[in-house]
Design a protein around this ligand. Structure first.
Ligand SMILES: Cc1cc2nc3c(=O)[nH]c(=O)nc-3n(C[C@H](O)[C@H](O)[C@H](O)COP(=O)(O)O)c2cc1C
Length: 188
C-alpha cells in the first residue's frame, strides 16, 4: 500500500481525486467544452474514437433526467455537482462494423484525459459505475450497438461538512494504492 507523496509524480495525477463534496460554483460552457475536447485527444485503436458524451448542467431538466438514472448511493452526493456527463461507447468499428474489443479501454483513456484536463482547471471529477443500465439506455435512447460506459459528476470542490457519513470521513481520508512492486514485474 502506498500514498501519493512521491513529489516526482505529475502534479495533476497527484491532485486528481474522486470527491463527493462539490461547491455551488458553476462550470462555464467554455470550460466544459475544453474538458470534453481533452477526451477527444485520447489515443484509440484505429483512431476509432468509440466514445461520445451526453451531459447536463445542474438545475436543468436534462440534469434531472441523468441524475434519476443513478444508483441511490450516488444520488445523495451528486445532487450538488455542477454537471453530469455520461460516456457512451460504440462497440463496433465504424469502418467495417466488426467488433472493437478495445472500446471500453479506449473510453477509459478518453475519460482519464477528461479527468486530468478538468483537474488542471481545478475542477474535480468522479466516475460512477453505479447507475441503472436499462433506465439509462431507455432515457437516452442508446442503440443496441452502443454501451453506457459510466457517469461522471464534476464541479469545484466544496465543504466536506455538507456530506453525510460515511462519505464525510471518506472525503478527507488519504488516497491509497497497491505498491508499484505489487502491480508490476520486470520480465527477465
Ligand atoms: C469505472 C468507475 C466506476 C466507479 N463507480 C463509482 C460509483 O458508482 N460510486 C462512487 O462513489 N465512486 C465510484 N468510482 C470512484 C472510485 O471509487 C475511485 O476512483 C477509487 O476509489 C479511487 O479513488 P480516487 O479516484 O479518488 O483516486 C468509480 C470509478 C470508476 C473508474
Amino acid at each position: 500500500m502506498h500514498h501519493n507523496n512521491n513529489s516526482r509524480l505529475n502534479e495533476l495525477i497527484r491532485k486528481r481525486r474522486s470527491i463527493r463534496a462539490f461547491s455551488d460554483e458553476e462550470i462555464t460552457a467554455e470550460d466544459l467544452t475544453t474538458i470534453l475536447e481533452a477526451a477527444t485527444w485520447a489515443p484509440s485503436s484505429m483512431n476509432e474514437q468509440p466514445w461520445r458524451y451526453l451531459y447536463a448542467r445542474k438545475g436543468t431538466a436534462g440534469y434531472a433526467r441523468l441524475w434519476n438514472c443513478l444508483a441511490d448511493a450516488n444520488k445523495t452526493w451528486t445532487a450538488n455537482a455542477a454537471a453530469l456527463i455520461v460516456c457512451v461507447a460504440r462497440k463496433n468499428f465504424s469502418r467495417n462494423g466488426k467488433p472493437n474489443r478495445h472500446y471500453m479501454h479506449d473510453c477509459g483513456l478518453a475519460n482519464e484525459n477528461l479527468f486530468v484536463q478538468a483537474i488542471s482547471m481545478n475542477i474535480y471529477t468522479h466516475a460512477m459505475g453505479g447507475f441503472d443500465m436499462e433506465r439509462t439506455k431507455n432515457e437516452l435512447q442508446v442503440p443496441a450497438d452502443e454501451e453506457v460506459v459510466c457517469f461522471i459528476a464534476l464541479g469545484y470542490a466544496g465543504d466536506p461538512s455538507q456530506l453525510e457519513e460515511p462519505n464525510r470521513s471518506r472525503e478527507s481520508a488519504p488516497r491509497t494504492r497497491k505498491s508499484v512492486e505489487e502491480v508490476s514485474t520486470e520480465i527477465a
